[in-house]
Write a protein that binds this ligand. Sequence first.
Ligand SMILES: Cc1cc2nc3c(=O)[nH]c(=O)nc-3n(C[C@H](O)[C@H](O)[C@H](O)COP(=O)(O)OP(=O)(O)OC[C@H]3O[C@@H](n4cnc5c(N)ncnc54)[C@H](O)[C@@H]3O)c2cc1C
Length: 374
Amino acid sequence: MIYDVIIIGAGSMGMAAGYNLAKAGKNVLMLDAFDPPHEEGSHHGDTRIIRFAYGEGASYVPFVKRAGELWKELEALTDESLFLQTGVMNVGEETHSFIQNVKTSAKLYDLSLEQYSAAEAMEKWSGLSLPENFVACYEPTAGVLRVEACIRAYKTLAIEAGATLHTNEKVQNIEAGNIVRVQTANSVYEAKHLIVTAGAWATELLQSMGITIPVTPTRKTFAWFEADEQLYRENVFPAYCFEFADSSYYGFPSIDGAGLKLGRHDGGEAINPNDPLRPFDEQDTIDLQSFINRFMPQHGTLKFGKTCKYSMTPDEDFIIDFLPEHRNIVIAAGFSGHGFKFSSAVGEVLTDLTLNGKSKQDLSIFRLSRFNTH
Ligand SMILES: Cc1cc2nc3c(=O)[nH]c(=O)nc-3n(C[C@H](O)[C@H](O)[C@H](O)COP(=O)(O)OP(=O)(O)OC[C@H]3O[C@@H](n4cnc5c(N)ncnc54)[C@H](O)[C@@H]3O)c2cc1C
């Protein structure tokens, strides 16, 4: 049989696309190398921040606002709690470009944002310790998404809407054409349209078609620390992004008593996504511990750490585009450690690109042609 659409990678982006396309009445096959949600890619670890006053640039705001609406819709459809309105504070020197972008985004799009000096912030959140020259820009309507639950919700809805999901079936090769052929160890599948949402494996997969995209799979670490619940629980302490001249960290309050969660956003080593990740080690502990000792000094001991994969583009903006010369193949890749919050809206965009050849969202910053590839 010839499917209307095959989706390679039913993770954060692919599962949302699968739901939208099946809902639109399309005959959809989703193929995944594992059984999502799983711990092999970029979507494990319980929580993801969603913020609207966007530090990466105001041009992301309409897209993330749409994503926020779709998360609410998903909650209503599944009657599940997927979003926690913890608020998010963006912390750093006022002159830092990220903090400036947060303020510009809020101003341009009329988002609620409260700015606190270091002293004011420490009074509001007594578990916090900041140097005098830092500010905290607090977005009260931002918060946290329960990442695996979101993917599970889209999975249930996609299958209910008639999508087919094959798990533990890795795609090995793609043959472009009016009818696209996709080969796995088990079979060859055919479709009129293809969507590639393979996360950390996108580069490897497109190489099978002779196409190179500048997306580098990168090892990342995060950890949970024991927390004084009076100071750090979810309705007392917000999620946070800390921006320094040469590094950035993000984290979460203690949600459901899990402890304070913390990760480092910048850096990390380039990896082959097929190799087992080097486990969370002593050096990773030292790095996260020194951040938390300085800024959340009343935390307790390290509970445990984990590793995960980012897919980095050189400019840290996403790639959402047709493949050059193949208008029936769309890729969404290179989410550079800040993509999950958008995945509900990416699912919608991929559906519109596939079915109508265009999207209501402005995708110009996500074009593949900004890089000198192919
Ligand atoms: C530790 C960590 C913290 C993060 N924090 C945030 C945050 O706070 N806020 C935020 O917005 N974002 C955050 N992100 C980023 C966000 O999680 C990612 O951008 C997003 O999950 C990427 O989605 P994806 O669909 O590209 O990849 P994935 O969700 O990993 O999905 C890719 C899927 O493709 C499958 N696949 C790959 N190759 C093949 C193949 N050949 N055949 C079949 N299937 C294949 C994989 O098995 C996988 O299921 C974080 C990421 C990490 C790792």
